[in-house]
Design a binder for this molecule. Structure first.
Ligand SMILES: [Fe+2]
Ligand SMILES: [Fe+2]
Length: 168
């Protein structure tokens, strides 16, 4: 048992969860950046800025926290970029064909955040009371993902909100 664990932990499973979440962060970062560059039309400039800022938090903060934790177990992120997609637990929801369908792009991002929330909730439960270091990381990222979801919901138009509710 690793010296920092309070109770025994399945380390292989923990490492797989950390790697999968790390991959999710990169996939989300790519799609958020793509969204920022793709969307067109009314208020697209402001929304593009929002997506770029959020992308930066995914790769610059979350992926880094996960990579640092992986390093504690002497594990490095994948060398092959394609591996990121393969091991990503969330992948990414389908994005709209139409660059003017800003609500559609926001809805895809909201679903991605909901998957992230689920992932960190699971990581939190898995480590709770056993691995306080990872537990705290999961808790902090979970808090950020909930905020991301709320921010994205607030950017939806009234129509968009209806569309999201009818999908759910
Ligand atoms: Fe994230
Ligand atoms: Fe997020």
């Amino acid at each position: 048992m690793s010296i920092e664990f309070v109770e025994p932990v399945d380390v292989k499973k923990l490492i797989d969860m950390l790697l999968s979440a790390f991959a999710d962060e990169w996939v989300a970062s790519y799609y958020y950046t793509l969204t920022a560059y793709a969307i067109q039309g009314h208020v697209s400039e402001e929304i593009a800025e929002h997506f770029l800022k959020e992308a930066e938090e995914e790769w610059g903060k979350h992926a880094r926290m996960l990579a640092d934790r992986l390093q504690d177990f002497n594990v490095h992120p994948p060398r092959q970029f394609t591996t990121l997609w393969e091991i990503s637990g969330c992948k990414y929801p389908k994005t709209p064909e139409d660059p003017f369908d800003i609500d559609g792009w926001l809805i895809a991002a909201i679903k991605a955040e909901e998957c992230a929330i689920k992932t960190y909730r699971e990581l939190y439960s898995f480590t709770h009371g056993r691995d306080p270091v990872t537990e705290e990381i999961a808790e902090e990222i979970l808090r950020d993902e909930v905020r991301h979801r709320t921010n994205l919901l607030n950017l939806l138009s009234k129509e968009g909100l209806k569309r999201l509710e009818s999908h759910a």
